[in-house]
Design a protein around this ligand. Sequence first.
Ligand SMILES: *Cc1c(COP(=O)(O)O)cnc(C)c1O
Length: 485
Amino acid sequence: MRSHLLNDLTAEHYRRSVTEGVERVAARLAATDRPFTGVTVDALAPRIERIDLDRPLHDTTAALDELQDVYLRDAVYFHHPRYLAHLNCPVVIPAVVGEAVLSAVNSSLDTWDQSAGGTLIERRLIDWTAARIGLGPAADGVFTSGGTQSNLQALLLAREEAKPGREGPAGPARLRIFTSRASHFSVQKSAKLLGLGPESVVALPVDRDQRMQTLALAQELRRCREDGLVPMAVVATAGTTDFGSIDPLPEIAELCAEYGTWMHVDAAYGCGLLVSPTRRDLLAGIEHADSVTVDFHKSFFQPVSSSAVLVRDAATLRHATYHADYLNPRRAAAERVPNQVDKSLQTTRRFDALKLWMTLRVMGAEGVGRLFDEVCDLAREGHRLLAADPRFDVVVEPALSTLVFRYVPRAVTDPARIDRANLHARKALFASGDAVVAGTKVAGRHYLKFTLLNPETTADDIAAVLDLIAGHAEQYLGESLDRAS
Ligand SMILES: *Cc1c(COP(=O)(O)O)cnc(C)c1O
């Protein structure tokens, strides 16, 4: 069994085993002709249930053969140009090399004595990202597991910074968070985790382009103050999950300054603009933020997980600091030992930063930005296709790379039937495996969504998938009519 431990004696076994795993993936990627096989839960579950975890195979090749059957064959493949569903990207190879290195070396970024250079690399990348945002000289931050955790940490800092007003200390019942109706659900989840009630999150209306209405924000902030409540934070979104819409950051920044409110920008999706050669201006105003969420695993083509939370003032990170004698004693902080755990909600933590480091060292920031630009250009082209196609109704002109639309048969007026036809089309498409698309609701009605993050997807792919959707929807409407008559 010792031969399975990765060490100086097993270098050859390591090399062979990992190469074998890589070969399997490479072969599978090359053979992928659809993003998904359409396998059902019922078909797949027994294959996994059947495996006796108490009877090991004692052989990597055999385990990989088995894995082929329970996972690799039927996985959902984001690198396929017709995977158009969620905010998942095809990954860049330098990052995958980084992933292989970081899991083998297995540094843990909580303390310097578990990481050394990894800590410094992460810090350089945090500084680099903060500089791209324009957060100023006191900025800092830390890598996290994802946008959800980044938002949680930012709101934790905001809660701690919400100073007692003249009326007395700000008890949790008086704290308010303002965000748009199109923002991510992790805002509500964070509020709950932070001990704030559901009334603490004020969801503001959006304009036609799905951007926060700043007039409504101004009104609500005023009312908040009049009611003796504390405006703890405004969460602006730079790239909403559904529409890619970017809230008016400069106006929001002004209001936050006026009310002394923490400004958090959730750029989990829109962070790709930080490196875009042509679209960086869309993020104008982000430099005023007190904290920013970036998900490199969305628009930087990084493998999951790779995300960070950045703050304007490093001192605010102290709200996440606890000292343990066995790990990061107070003394270490005084001696300026760089223990990243002092800034993080996590303790043991992956060296995810290495993936971004490898990416920047091999491709450069512009290389990443150009890829993101390509998918934004493609979304515009897709929007033109949809707008010109009488079979479809498209919601907003894309700011980033999502398209929200629905199939609208001219002959059908019953909105519930149109809803069902769109729901059916999405399901049927998934079951066929020909393409994977997402769905959402707009004003109570069911819509379909393309999230374009694959530069290999073409306008022809979009046109072909639209035809498939229309075909499935028409078939459904035809069959449901037959049943009705
Ligand atoms: C994806 C997303 C999140 C959550 O990020 P995870 O990495 O999935 O935890 C938060 N906000 C926005 C706007 C997102 O698109």
